[in-house]
Structures are given as C-alpha cells and as structure tokens.
Design a protein around this ligand. Structure first.
Ligand SMILES: [Zn+2]
Length: 314
C-alpha cells in the first residue's frame, strides 16, 4: 500500500505530499524502515528504494512465489520531494537541510514537520536504514556507516554483505540528524552511503538492492531469500584506517580507477593535468596498500581539494 506520509500546501501551486510504502502484514510496528532522499539530489538511494518497494509489492502479489514477507516493511524513497524535482540537496523554499531538522515538530517550519512525520513513521521499527550518497563531486564505495554503534549494530552491519563497514563516533555537533533521533529508540540504525550525488550509478544501485534483499532475508523479515548466494568479504574500517590524498596543485584531475578495488602502496591512481597546456603536473599515488573507498569525480581541482581515500585493512 502506498500512502501519503504528510500532505503540504504551497502558496502558489498545488499541494504536495511525501509518498510512503507500507508493505507486508499489518503488525504493531515495522520490522524494517528504509528512508532515502533526505537530500533531494542523492538519486541512487531514491532509485534503490523505489525499486525495492516495487519488488516487495511484487512479493505481496505473488509474483515471486518462493518469497514471503513475514513482517511489515516501511519505505520512504524520497523525503525531500521538492528537492528531487529541482535537483537540490536542500529544501527549495528555505534552503534548509532536512537532515538537520530532527526530531522536528508538528507546528514548526515545513521541514520540521517533515522531520517529525518521518521520525514518527520510522522510529519504532526494529531495523532502520537511511541511504545517502557523497557529494556530486566525489564517489563513495557502497558502504555501511555506523555512528557510535552498539555491539549488536556492529554485528548486524555485516549482514548487508556490502564490501565496507565504516565506523564513526556519533557526532556531538550534528545532534539534529535523523540518525541521532533514531538512536534514542530501541532497535538498530544504519546509514548506507552509495556512490555520488546527481546520478543513478546502476552498478552501485544493483549491488545495494541485492544487499537490502539479502539483509531483509537475514533479519527474518523476508522469508525464502537465498542468503548464501553472495558471500563477499566484508571489511570493517575505523577512522584511523583512512588515508586521504589532497591536491597539492590545481588542475584537471582524471582517473579511470573504480572504487572498491584493492590498490598497492605507491600505485598510480590518476593524474593532475595542467588545464591549458595539458602537461601532467602530478601523478596521484596511493599512500598505502588498501581498498580504494572514495575518489573525486569532478575534474576541476583546487589546491587542497580531497582527491581520494584509501582504507588500510586493520
Ligand atoms: Zn545525504
């Protein structure tokens, strides 16, 4: 079933609403809640969750007779609906970041009301997943991000089967994120970061789609999933394992490397060209042996810009 999470009116146009899928048996609270598009330009997550909703609706209508939903799944593919239309990260009317508006309120600004409605719908779920991307300039490997995790969350994070689990402490500064609000409730919370903003990166999206289906199988929400199918190595990285390379010179950065590949120490990963003469002014080398987990995709570099990140296996 698709329902409107929140209907809003606008001064000089038709009203608009945030669609929300509720799929599976009516239970007191959802087994899993999945959210994307808090940032309107992060299209990978929106695409993944709309496809997942379609797939699970197919399960419900008997399209996949071997599969059965035993718990309810709640999916909100695009929280920042207007931002998606205008291709903006923030809420278009007041440029506010919806992921800085939690826990929200029923009477405040539109974005506070959105935050409140999203939190109310998702907070009682046993497992909560929020999907993001990096910026439009940078590509991240599909990964699970843990923020100040519990022991259970650290173990569960492996069940996605994604190649990297990145652990961070819970930010003492950004306490108004959805993750911070989720943390107060029983259950487990995860952020997935997938690729870069502004694009549908089909390889990444398909991988994360399969990861979510396997995850729903492993946590017992979706029965009949062949969960042994993909048994890839999952690497867990803490903050200290990350080695970053910053541009020492401005220019045009070009690389044909893909995120998710293991690289050697000193391996050439890209080149900075003089933007006018075309000369190579710098070879960009991997600082350590490890997994290439992020790389700049916008070619125009200023001095000091982040070019890439390699994570060393602990
Ligand atoms: Zn985001």
């Amino acid at each position: 079933m698709i329902r409107d999470l929140l209907c809003m009116t606008a001064p000089v146009r038709e009203g608009f609403d945030i669609p929300c899928h509720e799929i599976g048996p009516k239970t007191s609270h959802p087994g899993a809640a999945l959210v994307a598009g808090l940032h309107g330009d992060e299209i990978n997550g929106i695409f993944i969750l709309s496809r997942l909703a379609d797939f699970l609706n197919g399960v419900e209508t008997g399209k996949y007779p071997e599969l059965r939903l035993v718990r309810r799944v709640l999916i909100i593919p695009a929280v920042n609906v207007l931002g998606v239309n205008l291709r903006t990260r923030t809420w278009p009317f007041d440029k506010s970041d919806i992921n800085r508006m939690f826990p929200g309120s029923t009477t405040g600004e539109t974005t506070q009301r959105i935050a409140y409605a999203v939190l109310e719908a998702t907070k009682r779920a046993d497992y909560r997943i929020d999907i993001h991307t990096a910026s439009a300039d940078f590509e991240e490997i599909p990964q699970v991000r843990l923020h100040g995790p519990s022991t259970e969350e650290r173990e569960t994070a492996r069940l996605f089967g994604l190649p990297a689990v990145m652990e961070r402490s819970l930010s003492p500064v950004f306490t108004t994120t959805m993750m911070s609000s989720w943390k107060i409730w029983p259950g487990q919370s995860f952020v997935l970061r997938v690729g870069q903003a502004g694009l549908v990166q089909l390889d990444h999206c398909q991988r994360v789609f399969r990861a979510l289906v396997a995850f729903l199988g492993r946590i017992g929400v979706l029965e009949g999933v062949d969960i042994a199918a993909e048994d890839e190595e999952v690497c867990c990285f803490n903050k200290a394992s990350a080695f970053r390379v910053y541009a020492e010179k401005a220019g045009t950065f070009v690389s044909d490397r893909q995120v998710g590949r293991w690289v050697g120490s000193g391996q050439e990963l890209g080149y900075i060209y003089d933007s006018f003469s075309g000369n190579v002014i710098e070879k960009v080398l991997s600082p350590v042996a490890g997994l290439l987990t992020g790389i700049r995709r916008h070619p125009l570099l200023f001095e000091g810009d982040l070019i890439l990140r390699v994570n060393k296996k602990g």
